[in-house]
Write a protein that binds this ligand. Structure first.
Ligand code: COA
Length: 155
């Protein structure tokens, strides 16, 4: 995972996709991620190994997609969509009401994936990345409502 994340971060348009400090400690961070409180980690694999992963952190009813990457050889086959679909399903079951993330304005594949999975633009962080590029803040409300005094999970 650390290797795939590192390579994904170094794709030309993605350099600096995430905070500098995380890039410097990827191999230290990932082994412990699944054990840390509120973390959700899903991987897609085939006989040759890892195809992709998504890492999500959840704090008091809200979640953030921390990282998602699919091996270049396996892209555009629906793996990213399946991974995010699983996140959606599991977080709803935990009564998480919102998922957020940030994405580079130029990262068209990721923006298409997020749009296909129901994320909408909620804001902009100007010049967030080290090359001066803006971060687009995306969010998705997981429809949990109170009806007649009860929590209701909606589609
Ligand atoms: C972004 C990423 C995870 C997408 O994974 P994926 O498995 O290829 O995505 P999917 O096959 O599930 O595609 C989902 C949707 O996004 C679209 N999409 C994916 N890659 C695309 C591309 N290169 N160009 C245009 N659309 C693309 C697909 O067409 C699909 O939409 P559709 O169902 O309406 O046709 C993958 O490109 C990746 O690992 N990129 C590098 C890491 C990265 O950018 N992570 C996000 C950081 S914020």
């Amino acid at each position: 995972m650390a290797d795939l994340d590192w390579r994904a971060l170094h794709e030309p348009f993605l350099l600096g996709c995430h905070a500098q400090e995380r890039r410097e400690s990827l191999t230290a961070v990932w082994p412990g991620f699944a054990e840390s409180a509120g973390s959700h980690l899903y991987v897609a694999e085939d006989g040759d190994g890892l195809l992709g992963f998504v890492a999500v952190r959840e704090v008091v009813g809200e979640a953030e997609v921390d990282a998602i990457a699919v091996e270049p050889r396996a892209r555009k086959r629906g793996i990213g969509r399946v991974l995010l679909g699983r996140v959606d399903e599991d977080l709803r079951a935990l009564w998480v009401t919102r998922i957020g993330l940030e994405v580079r304005a130029s990262n068209v594949p990721a923006r298409r994936l997020y749009a296909a999975c129901g994320f909408e633009a909620e804001g902009l962080r100007k010049r967030y990345y080290e090359n001066g590029e803006d971060a687009i803040l995306l969010g998705k409300t997981l429809a949990v409502a109170v009806r007649d005094g009860s929590l209701v999970a909606a589609s």
